[in-house]
Design a protein around this ligand. Structure first.
Ligand code: RIB
Length: 296
């Protein structure tokens, strides 16, 4: 069984800030870093570092070579990554002293993905393979429809949420991985348990993972409900914590691990990512995660 991440690759410009900038305020940053990021890239890197056979499809510009290297370094197959005539997508990320962030996105090459690239890529995948999507590239809805038509399993991290994404045929999703903000936008509920129940009412055939940051994560499918506490950690940078959770959880699902174990492994990997700076580079290798799980 193969896993395809069809998603964004960004150059992350990260600024350490005393606090997130307020409207009208000018504030100096103490530390600046340029890293590989993008929800698609981060999730592919997490799957790769977790030890999976994972493919990444997406688009970068001529300035995105180090993103390609980051994917390869994590063991991700990049044969479906294209170089296009546009600047690589980028993100401006502020990280405050509590590790919380605020992100501005510029799609760049991520917005150049066309149906032709989707068709060319998906023909290499079969029924039973998985595709993992987010909402930072063009053609997201087309990929969802076409992958479902091929009989692929669809995992969706509906992030960042948008009015357009809410019009996608989301009932074709097999596994949702979302946070409270996204859960509220899809269901209108504000309380996590009710959010989960509403998701399962709207999408009764789907499995749903609701990540709640330091409050842990909830899982639901049909009559099954699980809870996983977050691992305690001193946050340094929460960027890519959700992406790490997503990649590690999907890896365990594909391997057929018990779901409580899948949640625990994902929560542990996400906690390690939160304790480090950056996006892709903060994601731990499976050996580190296993060692931490044994100690905890
Ligand atoms: O989820 C974190 C990611 O969101 C960052 O790496 C940034 O590129 C944005 O896509």
């Amino acid at each position: 069984m193969k896993i395809l991440v069809f998603g964004s690759a960004n150059v992350d410009h990260t600024y350490q800030m005393p606090h997130l900038v307020r409207a009208g305020e000018t504030l100096s940053s103490r530390i600046y870093a340029r890293n590989a990021g993008g929800k698609g890239l981060n999730q592919a890197v997490a799957l790769g570092k977790a030890g999976n056979r994972v493919y990444f499809a997406g688009a970068i510009g001529s300035d995105g070579g180090f993103l390609h290297e980051e994917l390869e370094h994590a063991g991700v197959n990049t044969r479906f990554l294209r170089q296009v005539d546009a600047p690589t997508g980028h993100a401006l990320i502020q990280v405050d002293e509590n590790g919380q962030n605020a992100i501005i996105l510029f799609s760049g090459a991520n917005g150049q993905i066309a149906p032709e690239q989707v068709d060319e890529t998906l023909q290499h995948f079969d029924a039973g393979d998985w595709v993992l999507l987010q909402n930072e590239i063009s053609c997201g809805e087309y990929i969802l429809r076409k992958a479902h038509e091929r009989g692929m399993h669809v995992a969706l991290n509906p992030s960042p949420i948008s009015a357009e994404l809410l019009s996608w045929p989301l009932d074709r999703t097999d596994l949702f991985l979302l946070n409270e903000v996204e859960g509220e936008d899809i269901t209108g509920e504000t309380e996590p348990e009710r959010m989960l129940e509403e998701m399962l009412k709207k999408y009764p055939d789907a499995r749903v993972v609701l990540t709640l940051g330091e409050k842990g994560a909830l899982y639901g499918a049909k009559n099954e409900r699980l809870y996983q506490a977050a691992f305690p950690v001193k946050p340094v940078d929460t960027t890519a914590a959700g992406d790490t959770f997503t990649g590690y959880f999907l890896q365990s699902v594909v391997q057929g691990k018990p779901l409580q174990e899948a949640l625990r492994t994902a929560a542990c990997a996400a906690a390690i990512a939160v304790s480090r700076e950056g996006a892709g580079k903060s994601i731990p290798l499976v050996d580190e995660v296993e060692k931490e799980l044994q100690q905890g």
